[in-house]
Design a protein around this ligand. Structure first.
Ligand SMILES: NC(=O)c1ccc[n+]([C@@H]2O[C@H](COP(=O)([O-])OP(=O)(O)OC[C@H]3O[C@@H](n4cnc5c(N)ncnc54)[C@H](O)[C@@H]3O)[C@@H](O)[C@H]2O)c1
Ligand SMILES: [Zn+2]
Length: 371
């Protein structure tokens, strides 16, 4: 199977994404044109280090590079000021320069933390993403959003900082726990539901192959998603408009995650799957999309064993007022308005900057109380 190349076109900040099998073991050939200095630091977590770091190190050895590694514990908790400070301290102590290259080898946690670190280290150093989860390959490694969490909420401190290169090796997904693969699939499905009805059809036929780890199906899904994300990011890099479509299911989803307490009981992609179904159900309640469309979404989630509101822990349904209040604090909102991504059908999502708050609240009450 050949390796596919997709370009994210952003003028002088454009960069390629290479997708396919064996990309990690050939990392040097992809990396070489993007190196400025000869020093490289790989930031990863303990789990990924035990599985995939050696493959990357072997690929980079013998090329005259000075290679360092920073290995942190896994988990969302690491996207913190404390970890950022420690990592920056390690890099500064080692006199890491702007010309040197910071490589994120990991999921969205590592990618977001490394990207933010790279953006502020000496006002910005060279930065490469090597995503190792399905979620990171189809979403977080592309588009340049970086962030850490604070006690006030997730991803509230960060910036836009594009990588120089993204290497998505679909082989590394073989070691990903099924639950993580399914969570990432939520973001895959999102692209079909936003504006790719043909891709939704394809997922209805091949989604099970993607989740079974079929290499062709995985590579095809990752390519289609990266192309879709690259197109949206090119049109609206800083999320003034269209890029907000990528938040389909996320206003409901973030609230579900928030109520669960970010303790791992509800993964981001699980909340997004349930949140997308809620966005479709709410759209139907306004007469925007048909009941058949909602049923297709629900049937797909059920067929693949993905999360919906019923399958999430009871705590997310226990307090509809708290769920609604969480949605009102979403980053997309302006002034006192509630911004939502709604749908007129499968693949026909649009941004509604001023959703009707009374009907959203009523819908949230109705679904929580019915289940
Ligand atoms: N920047 C963006 O645009 C963007 C978009 C979506 C999500 N995010 C962020 O991404 C994060 C979630 O990312 P995630 O879902 O990748 O989670 P994650 O980074 O926490 O990874 C999930 C788990 O899988 C393990 N893992 C990673 N790769 C593995 C592999 N190949 N084999 C075995 N285990 C592996 C990790 O150690 C971790 O325990 C959140 O913090 C979210 O806010 C960012
Ligand atoms: Zn997401």
């Amino acid at each position: 199977m050949s390796v596919e190349r997709i370009n994210v076109e952003l003028g002088d900040r454009s960069y390629p994404i290479h997708i396919g099998q064996g990309v990690l073991s050939n990392a040097y050939s992809y990396l070489e044109p993007h190196l400025v200095g000869r020093r490289v630091c790989i930031l990863t977590d303990e789990t990924i280090a035990s599985l995939h770091l050696q493959t990357l190190l072997s690929a980079l050895e013998g090329q005259g590079l000075r290679i360092e590694t920073i290995i942190i514990p896994p988990g969302e908790r690491e996207k913190s000021f404390e970890r950022l400070q420690t990592v920056l301290g390690q890099l500064l102590d080692a006199n890491f320069s702007r010309a040197d290259t910071l490589i994120a080898l990991g999921g969205g946690v590592i990618g977001d933390l490394t990207g933010f670190t790279a953006s502020i280290l000496k006002r910005g150093c060279n930065f490469v993403q090597i995503p190792t989860t399905l979620l990171a390959q189809v979403d977080s490694s592309v588009g340049g959003k970086t962030a850490i969490n604070t006690p006030a909420g997730k991803n509230l401190v960060g910036c836009f900082y594009q990588p120089k290169l993204v290497l998505a090796d679909t082989d590394v997904l073989a070691t990903l726990p099924v639950r993580e693969l399914k969570a990432g699939y939520g973001e895959v499905l999102k692209y079909g539901l936003i504006d790719k009805p043909d891709f939704f059809d394809w997922l209805e036929a091949h989604g099970a192959d993607v989740l079974a780890g079929d290499p062709e199906a995985l590579a095809q899904a990752v390519s289609i998603c990266c192309q879709a994300k690259a197109t949206i990011v090119k049109e609206d890099e800083f999320e003034h408009g269209r890029r907000a479509l990528l938040n389909l299911g996320h206003s409901f989803g973030h609230a579900l995650e928030g109520l669960a307490g970010f303790d791992g009981s509800v993964l981001h992609g699980e909340a997004v799957s349930a949140g997308m179904l809620m966005a479709y159900e709410y759209s139907q309640s306004l007469g925007l999309c048909s009941g058949q469309d909602v049923e297709r979404v629900r049937a797909h989630l059920l067929a693949l064993g993905l999360e919906n509101l019923e399958t999430l822990p009871e705590i997310v349904r226990a307090d509809p007022d708290a769920l609604f209040a969480y949605m009102m604090r979403d980053k997309k909102n302006k002034d006192e308005d509630l911004a939502l991504i709604l749908a007129k059908g499968i693949g026909q999502a649009y941004v509604e900057p001023q959703a009707d708050q009374a009907s959203v609240r009523a819908y949230v009450h109705a679904v929580c109380e019915a289940r």
